[in-house]
Design a protein. Structure first.
Length: 387
């Protein structure tokens, strides 16, 4: 059936499809055999929804294959483009900087909706995704974006773990700042970048700007990478940055590269009976942090702050012992559970270690701290100053 859409066959049973990408995509050919689906998306007949993608990959029709399943009154439609070489060639030709690193590219649709959803509802899931696979160093990583349907900005982004890199592996993204790894704040990180640290790629995003006139083209607006450095002690062997995440944003990398830096990541507080690097796999507490570079540069400390929720309901006495040593007691019930924990501190630019900190720990319980006095919630402040 020419000029077919999913809504022709499925809208009466699944009204929320009217609000999905499947209500827009037009197929010049399609076939459904059991749960298997194949089809050819017609770029011109679909119009705006496919026009940008069609120009990006140089196609007027895009063949796809996937599945259609109906189970428990739920419709799930999943399919992916088959035009691997055209997608690869189009991405290489039209998206600057990343072209030589691209090894695969595709577009995919995943829509999930159920019969209880009305025409006023959005489907449970509705994704129309462009995926690009890059080779960075010895690793392959995927960055994805919603398929752009017009001009203007779009961003390909990915988050990763276990991707070891050298800084030079990312130089192809950095334009004029590539020489000498000038995009990375090696000097500004001081003790956190000494020796030969192991770097890992935590995230990558590439933002492009699409224009149609006088000809279709894409300019790279910015590149942002998060590079992780692991196993950095900041308070004796009790507390580690693991990882210290250094984010780097390079704007207009091709024509007028400008760089901005920041630091964030995770802090791990280790159990008082298992401290040192061996305890990093099973910390008592892990929380997100933000750190500021010394400003002005003559200042002697990094600023440091973090915040923790405690979904596992660990007690406050455990945190105090981890921070201050086994046997530490401030007279609180062992039943009091941490609701939240805030840490403010500074880290020395020479050693990288925390020499002072203050915490605000909020607890809850109602556990009869005194025989005639009970609490539902309590806060405690702890201040530490080292020599």
């Amino acid at each position: 059936m020419a000029n077919w859409k999913f809504t022709d066959d499925y809208l009466s049973s699944y009204p929320a499809l009217e609000n999905s990408i499947l209500s827009l995509l037009v197929f010049s050919e399609h076939e459904i055999e059991g749960s298997n689906f194949t089809g050819t998306m017609d770029v011109n007949a679909t119009g705006v929804a496919l026009d940008t993608l069609g120009q990006l990959v140089g196609l007027q029709s895009i063949t796809v294959g996937g599945t259609i399943t109906e189970d428990n009154n739920t419709l799930t439609v999943t399919f992916q483009s088959n035009e691997s070489q055209s997608f690869l060639d189009g991405i290489k030709a039209n998206i600057p900087l990343i072209g030589n690193a691209v090894t695969q590219a595709s577009a995919s649709v995943r829509t999930v909706t159920d019969k209880s959803q009305t025409a006023e509802d959005d489907p449970t899931k509705d994704e129309f995704t462009l995926k690009v696979t890059l080779t960075i160093g010895s690793a392959s990583v995927d960055i994805t974006s919603s398929v752009p349907m017009n001009g203007g900005f779009f961003t390909l982004i990915g988050e990763f773990s276990g991707v070891g890199i050298q800084l030079s592996d990312l130089n192809f993204l950095m334009g004029s700042l590539a020489e000498g790894d000038a995009w990375f704040p090696s000097q500004q990180l001081g003790p956190y970048n000494e020796g030969s640290p192991s770097y890992g790629l935590l995230s990558l995003s590439v933002t492009g700007y699409i224009v149609f006139s006088p000809a279709f083209s894409i300019a790279i607006s910015s590149v942002t990478v998060m590079v992780g450095i692991s196993q950095l002690p900041i308070y004796e062997t009790k507390m580690y940055l693991d990882p210290l995440g250094v984010w780097v944003t390079v704007s207009d990398p091709i024509h007028n590269a400008q760089v901005a830096w920041g630091i964030s990541g995770e802090v791990k507080l280790l159990n008082y009976n298992n401290q040192g690097v061996t305890g990093l796999d099973n910390p008592d507490f892990t929380f997100n942090f933000d750190m500021g570079f010394p400003y002005p540069p003559s200042q002697p400390n990094f600023s440091f702050s973090g915040y923790l929720d405690n979904p596992d309901g660990k007690p406050v006495n455990l945190m105090l012992q981890d921070l201050l040593g086994a046997g530490t007691s401030v007279g609180l019930s062992s039943e009091l559970v941490i609701e939240s924990f805030e840490l403010d501190s500074t880290a020395n630019v020479t050693t990288g270690e925390i020499t002072d900190f203050s915490t605000s720990i909020e607890m809850s319980g109602g556990f009869g701290i005194l025989s005639t006095f009970d609490l539902e919630k309590i806060s405690i402040g702890v201040t530490y100053s080292g020599d």
